[in-house]
Design a protein around this ligand. Structure first.
Ligand code: PEP
Ligand code: MG
Length: 755
């Protein structure tokens, strides 16, 4: 017999009425199952909802014994219902009891029913429950009936996600969709944030699931698909894609899917079954997602992200929404959740309202990470599936200290973190109090603590942290957050403001360090096999001097009448420094010739971050005014261990004797030739490693703003004259084993030094 299925559209229309009625959740669910049973002409219709403890509980039924409601419970994977939940796929059986997974529950009275159709209740690919219809007769349900049931399941998914069912859950149980979760990722920026989820790519809330008229929905879809395809074509043709931080390959993949007939056909089918065009896109995406999530192949999972993005774009086209963040209703304690994000996109948010950032991708050296750190936003990256696991406005805690996330935390966890936040605030207060104190070791050695900066937003931290100037100003950040090359006037304006804000404190500007991993989306570089060792920084600057000269000119203008310090990154030979200096001299002569005011004092230096310079120390120090050790790069090239590759980044210890000996040789030559040496890599910002640097002779350290307090606290307690000889003996005797850390830790413990 062909069931009447007075068309799923009729069912959906009736469902809409039920959804609008002012009744409680149980009554609404009861009405829904009754309606479905009548419409599909089934004797039974039941809804099972997934609880936080992994149990599927019967929440409503038409046809089975009512007494079983909230009593019958199955594990995921158990029985037919459990099987559907674990596979996230429909099950259509003419003889259910013959299926090996059939599990008989006497309280339900389901032994009378033979045919069985169950579909997962899905939202953003997550299974929230199972919807089932059953009939006495042996029959296979038609494809459009399966579709209709899936569509109805979507309506129920909205109810579950909206938290409506919480009120009717058994006492002491929680519905899975609001289950507290603990997720781990990689710490990107220190700090702890408590707040509420804001999805960077808002999951468009589709309020209107059910269509009035399928033909007009189909027309809307056709128009939107056309616009989507055109916009992708346009972006690919014009290179405009850089604006959203997207790469060409990703857009190519989007385009491929957008032109895929199969995808569009599935959406059209859902429209024919009564959904609005938006809801149809969402439904198809949720089905695809649920199936692809079970793929282990990383390539396919990556394509899933592309499909997700594409579906979102299409929904936005349909709803006429703009791409990107919308600040108008940002909560005061926003925790931004995204797959990934460009640095500029983060800057678009109102900083005062952001408490944290969680990304599915992004590593510790990505641009958005650098900006998050500059803004003091606690951030965690590489948190798998965080976007689909969260709903807008979920409570969430970001622990950037250790790289973990607590989603919908239980109240005791929330309390513990609130305490932790208070404790950190107290510590910050201590740091503030010691801000005005001289940064001098307990036994009287002065140490300069400076700031690593790169954007104007960093500058207030200089004063807040009590830093002694800016030891490293990464000028490439302005280029990285812009959508096209900043003009000379824009560069000059930034440098000028930085110098203004620094007042009488020194600022060391580093010339552009682009190339390598710091790609500018609007500037095409040829693909390189080893970009970190490729055409980057000063290499690029000297080969294409136009950009470098413009930058130098902007710096000279900004520094007119004041003290100016410029250094060059990735210098590998003294001759490269010489050529860079000549460029500066030429620009200076040019300015003078045209009657411009020039800096009152100009100092030029190099970054020491390529090991080759270790063997030209005498030579380079006799030419420069100062040097700064870039320990991040020096370390990666010293050990041939990619600084961005988690697999090898931890393999070697940055306090290994071999590396410390190299660092020591640099500062020794600098001191001998009376040239100031700063160390501006991450190493300077950890109290323990800063202790080692002081012991081997460094007196100038430059670090991120958050590190200044802890490092200063350490050095105020440090008896350097006591540490020095002991450390030196230890380093000499050390047989190459990485036991420097334990030596320093026990020295710190013995002498009450907080590290
Ligand atoms: C370094 O390499 O240590 C450094 C400070 O520069 P960057 O991290 O910008 O490469
Ligand atoms: Mg470097």
């Amino acid at each position: 017999m062909r069931s009447s299925l007075a068309g799923p559209r009729v069912l959906l229309r009736r469902l809409r009425e039920v959804m609008a009625e002012p009744i409680d959740a149980q009554e609404r669910l009861d009405n829904i199952v009754r309606l479905i049973a009548a419409n599909v002409v089934a004797e039974v219709c039941s809804v099972y909802i997934l609880r936080a403890d992994g149990i599927l509980e019967l929440f409503a039924t038409e046809g089975l014994n009512k007494g079983a409601v909230h009593e019958t419970a199955l594990n995921v994977g158990e029985g037919l219902v459990g099987l559907i939940a674990s596979n996230a796929r429909p099950l259509n059986l003419p003889n259910a009891q013959a299926h090996p997974s059939f599990a008989y529950r006497p309280e339900t009275g389901e032994e009378h029913y033979n045919s069985f159709l169950g579909v997962p209740i899905l939202r953003a690919g997550r299974t929230l429950g199972v919807l089932v219809v059953q009939n006495k007769e042996h029959r296979t349900y038609f494809e459009d009936e399966v579709e209709a049931l899936q569509t109805t399941a979507m309506v129920i998914a909205e109810m579950v996600a909206a938290g409506e069912l919480e009120a009717i859950a058994q006492k002491g149980t929680t519905i899975d969709v609001i289950r507290p979760m603990h997720l781990t990722g990689v710490s990107l920026a220190d700090g702890i944030g408590l707040g509420h989820v804001v999805l960077h790519e808002p999951r468009v809330v589709i309020t209107n699931l059910i269509a009035e008229d399928a033909d007009s929905e189909k027309e809307r879809l056709d128009d939107a698909v056309l616009r989507l395809r055109q916009s992708l074509d346009r972006m690919l043709a014009s290179g405009e894609f850089s604006q959203h931080g997207e790469h060409r390959e990703v857009l190519e993949a989007y385009r491929m899917f957008a032109y895929d007939r199969g995808w569009v056909r599935k959406i059209e089918e859902a429209i024919r079954n009564g959904l609005t065009a938006e809801a149809a896109v969402e439904k198809v995406q949720s089905d695809t997602r649920a199936q692809m999530l079970r793929q282990t192949d990383p390539y396919l999972r990556e394509r899933l992200h592309d499909l997700d993005d594409l579906a979102h774009r299409l929904i936005r086209e349909l709803m006429g929404r703009e791409h990107g963040a919308n600040d108008s209703d940002l909560p005061k304690d926003a925790i931004i959740i995204a797959r990934n994000m460009g640095a500029a996109e983060l800057l678009d948010y109102d900083r005062d309202r952001i408490r944290g950032l969680v990304l599915e991708e992004s590593g510790p050296t990505s641009h958005v990470t650098i900006v998050a750190r500059a803004l003091g936003i606690p951030a965690v990256g590489q948190v798998e599936d965080i976007v689909s696991l969260t709903e807008a406005n979920d409570a969430i805690i970001v622990d950037g200290e250790v790289g973990q996330i607590f989603l919908r935390p239980a109240s005791d966890v929330e309390q513990a973190f609130a305490d932790k936040v208070r404790f950190r605030a107290k510590r910050q207060e201590q740091y503030r109090q010691q801000r005005e104190m001289e940064s001098r070791t307990k036994d009287g050695t002065n140490v300069k603590l400076q700031l690593n900066a790169g954007l104007l937003v960093d500058m207030p931290s200089m004063v807040d942290a009590g830093a002694d100037g800016v030891g490293l100003f990464r000028t490439e950040l302005q280029f990285m957050v812009a959508s096209s090359i900043p003009r000379m006037s824009e560069q000059q304006e930034l440098y000028s403001k930085v110098l203004d804000m620094a007042g009488d404190k020194p600022v060391t500007f580093r010339s552009l360090d682009i190339g390598g991993d710091k790609v500018l989306p609007y500037l095409r570089f040829a693909q390189e096999e080893n970009p970190a060792m490729g055409w980057r920084a000063i290499r690029f600057g000297l080969d294409r001097p136009g950009m470098l000269r413009t930058q130098i000119r902007a710096m000279l203008h900004a520094g007119a009448g004041r003290k100016l310090r410029i250094m060059f990154p990735m210098v590998a030979n003294t001759s490269e420094y010489r050529r860079a200096r000549e460029l500066v001299e030429k620009e200076l002569a040019h300015l003078k010739q045209h009657g411009h005011e020039v800096p009152a004092e100009l100092k030029l230096g190099v970054m020491i971050e390529v090991p080759a310079l270790l063997y030209q120390l005498e030579e380079i120090f006799s030419e420069v005014d100062f040097a700064s050790v870039g320990s991040n790069d020096l370390f990666q090239f010293f050990y041939a261990a990619d600084r961005g590759n988690n697999r090898v980044a931890e393999r070697f210890d940055s306090l290994a004797p071999a590396f410390l000996r190299a660092l020591k040789s640099i500062v020794e030559v600098g001191n001998r030739l009376d040239k100031p040496v700063t160390l501006c890599g991450e190493l300077a910002g950890h109290p323990l490693s800063a202790m080692a640097l002081l012991a081997i002779g460094y007196r100038r350290l430059s670090m991120s703003p958050a590190s200044i307090g802890p490092v200063k606290t350490m050095l105020l307690q440090l008896d350097l004259e006591k540490l020095r000889p002991e450390f030196s003996t230890h380093l000499q005797l050390c047989n190459g084993l990485d036991d420097v850390r334990s030596f320093l830790k026990s020295f710190a413990a013995d002498h009450n030094i907080p590290v």
